[in-house]
Design a protein around this ligand. Structure first.
Ligand code: ARG
Length: 727
C-alpha cells in the first residue's frame, strides 16, 4: 500500500485525527520496534517468532531494522545483498521508471534488467533513507507547551519541533532528523535518518506482470500481481551518501536480509517491518460521519470524473499513456480506496462503535474536569467546520485537480510578491522556481484531457456546492460571457477559451513575463484568474476556519488519548502510524469474505492463466511468460504444497499505505514476500482494524525470483542473494 500523495499536495489541509480505539486483537498493532515492550515481544514469540529482541532492533549491533529503508517519498524497501541491492514494489518505482522511459525505450511497458553494474539506470529524484537512531524528546517538548491555548500550542509545537529537527540534523552528512508526534501529542520521538540519493534501477518486470490486474484487481484478493522492482543504492568510496557520480560504488549495508525459498503455508508466522504512513484509530464518531457522508463521496465523485477523462485519452496513444500513467495510477489508487473505505465503515457500523466508546469515556470522565468536556467540545468543533468540508475537497480535488489550475495556483504567491513594495528579490526567486515547476508541469501536461477536466470540475463545483460558497462573482462572469450555467457545453466553451488564451503554454510569452515580471499579465490571464479566484476564496474564507478546527480537534485528540490511557491502564497500546518505522506480526491465513465463500491463503500461476485476456489493458501477458507458464518451468521456485508456482499470499498483519514494498519475514527473519496491498473487505482499516477480515496482500518472493530469473533472464541478481533453501 502506497501513501496517497495527490491529496496532500496542498500542504497539510486535511482533517485526520490519528488515535487508537477499541480492543487490541492479536494482530492489530503497528509497534515501534525500538520501544517493543516485553509483553508484545512475548506475544510475537507465542505466535512463532524465533529471534531475540536484539536481532529485531539493536542500537549497537547490526539487526533486521538496518535492512529496512524508506524508499522514495512514500514506500518501504529492503536491502537484500551486500552490494546494496534493494527490493520494493513495482508501483513504488513506477514514477521513476516512467520518467526513464520513452515510447521507443519503454522500460515500463517492456520491463528491464541490468546484467552488470554498468547497465543500471540512475533514477531521477529517487532516494532511500536508513534509520540511524531514535531519541525520546517528550519532556523537552512538553516543557515548552505548558498552559497554551490550542491554537498557540499548535504554533509553538511546530517551532519547538523545527528547532529539535535542526539540532539533530547534519546536512553535510545528509543526516535528517524528523520529530514524530505520537499519540496525538502525548509522546515525541526524534527519528534520525541518512539519505542516499544515488539510486539505480536494476530490474523491473513488464507492466503487464508488475501491474497485472490493474485497477480492477487493485485492493482486492484473490490477486495475481507481480508487484516488485529491484534497485541499488550507491555511495562514495568512503561509503558515505553522495549525489550520482559514475565513480560511486554500491553501498555496503550494515545488514542484508536472507531470502527464503522455503515458502509459506496456512498458519505460518509472518512479520512485517516498514513505514506505515497514517492511521486514525482514535477517529471520533463525528469524524467517521463526516467521512462517510461528505468527504469520501466527494473525493470519489471528483476522481471518477477526472479518471474517465484521462483514460479516454490514454487509450488513444501510447505516448499519452506513458505520460499520464503515473499520475493516473496515483489518483485511481485512492479513488478506489475511499470508495471502499466508506462502504466498509458503513457495513461494520464503525460510527455506532465509536459512539459507544465515546459514551463510556464521557461517563468515566464525568468527575474529571480535564476530560469531561472532550466530546461536547468535539461536537461544537464539527458543527462549526462541517458546512465547509465539501468546499474544501471541491477546491483541492476538483478545481486544483486540473493540472493547469494546480500550476497556476502556485503563481498566487508570485502575484502577491509582485504587488507588494520592497519584495522584488523574493518575487524574482518565486518566478525562478515557478519556471522550474512550469517545465515539470508541461512535461506531464496533456492539454486535451486537462481541458475537459477543467470544464467538468468547474461545472461540478457550480452544481454541488452551495451558492454562498462560490468565489464571489466567478460564475456570473462565465454566465455573462458564455451563457447558460445549466449546460455542460457552456463550461466546455469556457474551458476551451481558457486553454487557447492563457500565456502559460506559450514559451515566448512566459519568457517575456520572466524577464519583465508584471502582475497585470497574471491578473489578465484567464487560467490564472480562475486559479486565484478559488485559492483566494478558500484561503480567505475557509482556511482560517479549518486551522481553528484542526487546532481544536488536535488538542481534543491529545486529551482523549491521555484520558483513555487512564481509563484503561492495562491495555497494550501502539501509536497511530506516522510514517515511522513499525513492526507488525501475524500469520498466513485464509478467510471467508462473505457467506459461503472461502478465500485460500495463496494464489498461483493457474489463476494468472485463468485471468489472462489477450490484448486487454489490464490482463494481458507477454508471450514469453505464457510459454514458460505452459511448460510449467518453475525450477526451485515451485511450491510443494500447491504443486504450482505460488504468486501471492495473505497474512493477518496490520499495515497501511507507506508499507508498500515492506519485507514480509518468516519466524527466522528471512524474506518470504513483499507486502503490496490491503484487501477490500477491510478498507476501513485506517480508522478501525477489523480482526476478522483484515488481510495484508504479499507477493511471494519465489514468484519475484522466478520473474527475475526465468522470465527476465537476470540470474546475476539471483547470484547476489543469500538464498535459504528448504532442508
Ligand atoms: N493499492 C496499492 C497500494 O496502495 C497500489 C497498487 C497500485 N496499482 C494500481 N492498480 N493503481 O499500495
Amino acid at each position: 500500500m502506497k501513501l496517497s500523495k495527490p491529496l496532500w499536495k496542498i500542504a497539510g489541509l486535511f482533517t485526520f485525527l490519528f488515535l487508537l480505539m477499541g480492543r487490541a486483537y492479536a494482530d492489530e498493532g503497528m509497534w515501534l520496534p525500538m520501544l517493543l515492550g516485553q509483553k508484545v515481544y512475548d506475544n510475537m514469540v507465542k505466535r512463532g517468532l524465533k529471534l531475540t529482541k536484539d536481532q529485531l532492533y539493536s542500537i549497537n549491533k547490526a539487526s533486521l531494522k538496518d535492512a529496512v529503508v524508506i524508499f522514495g517519498g512514500g514506500c518501504t524497501g529492503e536491502i537484500v545483498s551486500n552490494l546494496g541491492l534493494i527490493f520494493t514494489n513495482h508501483h513504488c518505482g513506477y514514477d521513476a521508471v516512467a520518467a526513464l522511459s520513452t515510447v521507443e525505450h519503454n522500460y515500463l511497458h517492456d520491463g528491464f534488467y541490468a546484467h552488470s553494474l554498468q547497465e543500471e539506470l540512475p533514477g531521477q529524484g529517487l532516494s532511500v533513507q536508513f534509520l540511524d537512531s531514535v531519541v525520546d524528546v517528550t519532556t523537552q517538548v512538553e516543557a515548552q507547551l505548558q498552559g497554551l491555548s490550542p491554537a498557540d500550542r499548535m504554533k509553538k509545537q511546530s517551532q519547538v519541533i523545527a528547532d529539535i529537527n535542526a539540532k539533530y540534523s547534519d546536512p553535510s552528512a545528509k543526516t535528517e532528523a524528523r520529530v514524530s508526534v505520537l499519540y496525538k501529542g502525548n509522546q515525541f520521538l526524534v527519528f534520525v535518518y541518512t539519505r542516499y540519493t544515488d539510486i539505480r534501477l536494476v530490474g523491473i518486470p513488464p507492466e503487464s506482470v508488475g501491474k497485472f490486474g490493474g485497477d480492477t484487481d487493485n485492493w482486492e484478493w484473490p490477486r495475481h500481481t507481480g508487484d516488485f522492482s529491484v534497485w541499488r543504492v550507491y555511495a562514495n568510496h568512503e561509503g558515505k551518501s553522495a549525489d550520482y557520480s559514475p565513480d560511486n560504488i554500491p553501498l555496503k549495508p550494515k545488514y542484508a536480509l536472507p531470502v527464503s525459498l522455503k515458502g509459506v503455508k496456512e498458519g505460518d508466522y509472518a512479520m512485517i517491518f516498514g513505514y506505515p504512513g497514517s492511521t486514525n484509530r482514535y477517529e471520533t464518531s463525528f469524524g467517521v460521519k463526516l467521512k462517510t457522508d461528505v468527504e469520501d463521496p466527494a473525493i470519489v465523485n471528483l476522481r471518477d470524473a477526472r479518471l474517465k477523462l484521462m483514460m479516454d485519452r490514454m487509450k488513444t496513444s501510447p505516448a499519452v499513456r506513458l505520460q499520464l500513467a503515473s499520475s493516473y495510477a496515483g489518483i485511481a489508487n485512492y479513488w478506489k480506496f475511499y470508495d471502499g473505505e466508506r462502504k466498509q465503515l458503513l457495513k461494520y457500523d464503525v460510527y455506532g462503535q465509536k459512539q459507544a466508546d465515546e459514551t463510556k469515556f464521557t461517563t468515566w470522565a464525568a468527575d474529571k474536569p480535564e476530560f469531561s468536556a472532550v466530546f461536547s467540545d468535539y461536537a461544537k468543533a464539527y458543527t462549526t467546520w462541517s458546512p465547509y468540508a465539501k468546499t474544501r475537497i471541491y477546491t483541492i480535488e476538483g478545481i486544483l485537480g486540473s493540472p493547469l489550475m494546480q500550476f497556476c495556483a502556485s503563481l498566487v504567491r508570485v502575484e502577491q510578491l509582485l504587488t507588494t513594495a520592497g519584495r522584488e528579490a523574493d518575487a524574482k526567486r518565486a518566478i525562478d522556481s515557478a519556471s522550474k515547476m512550469r517545465d515539470v508541469f508541461l512535461k506531464e501536461e496533456d492539454q486535451p484531457s486537462d481541458l475537459k477536466i477543467l470544464a467538468a470540475m468547474t461545472q461540478m463545483f457550480y452544481t454541488d456546492i452551495p451558492r454562498d460558497q462560490y468565489p464571489v462573482g466567478f460564475f456570473e462572469g462565465i454566465k455573462n460571457k458564455y451563457g447558460d450555467l445549466g449546460s455542460a457545453a457552456t463550461f466546455n466553451t469556457y474551458a476551451s477559451a481558457v486553454f487557447s488564451n492563457t500565456f502559460v503554454f506559450s514559451d515566448a510569452k512566459w519568457k517575456a513575463f520572466v524577464s519583465n515580471p508584471d502582475a497585470n499579465v497574471l491578473q489578465e490571464d484567464p487560467a490564472y484568474a480562475q486559479a486565484s479566484a478559488f485559492v483566494r476564496s478558500y484561503n480567505g474564507r475557509y482556511a482560517p476556519l479549518f486551522s481553528q478546527f484542526m487546532a481544536t480537534t488536535n488538542n481534543l485528540g491529545r486529551l482523549y488519548i491521555k484520558g483513555s490511557m487512564l481509563q484503561f491502564p492495562d491495555k497494550l497500546r501502539y501509536p497511530d502510524a506516522t510514517f515511522t518505522m513499525r513492526v507488525s506480526y501475524g500469520n498466513v491465513k485464509s478467510y471467508n469474505p462473505r457467506d459461503a465463500v472461502h478465500y485460500d491463503y495463496a494464489c498461483t500461476m493457474k489463476g494468472i492463466l485463468e485471468k489472462y485476456v489477450p490484448g486487454d489493458y489490464e490482463f494481458d501477458l507477454p508471450a514469453k511468460f505464457l510459454d514458460l507458464a505452459h511448460k510449467q518451468d518453475y525450477g526451485m521456485y515451485k511450491d510443494p504444497v500447491k504443486n504450482d508456482l505460488s504468486v501471492t499470499f495473505i497474512t493477518t498483519n496490520d499495515i497501511t499505505g507507506g508499507n508498500s514494498g515492506s519485507p514480509v519475514l518468516n519466524d527466522k527473519g528471512e524474506l518470504i514476500g513483499l507486502a503490496f496491498d490491503g484487501n477490500y473487505e477491510a478498507l476501513s482499516h485506517k480508522i478501525a482494524f477489523d480482526p476478522v477480515y483484515n488481510r495484508t496482500i504479499c507477493v511471494d518472493i519465489r514468484y519475484v525470483l522466478w520473474c527475475i530469473d526465468k522470465l527476465g533472464g537476470a540470474d546475476n541478481i539471483i547470484k547476489e542473494l543469500k538464498l535459504v533453501k528448504p532442508v
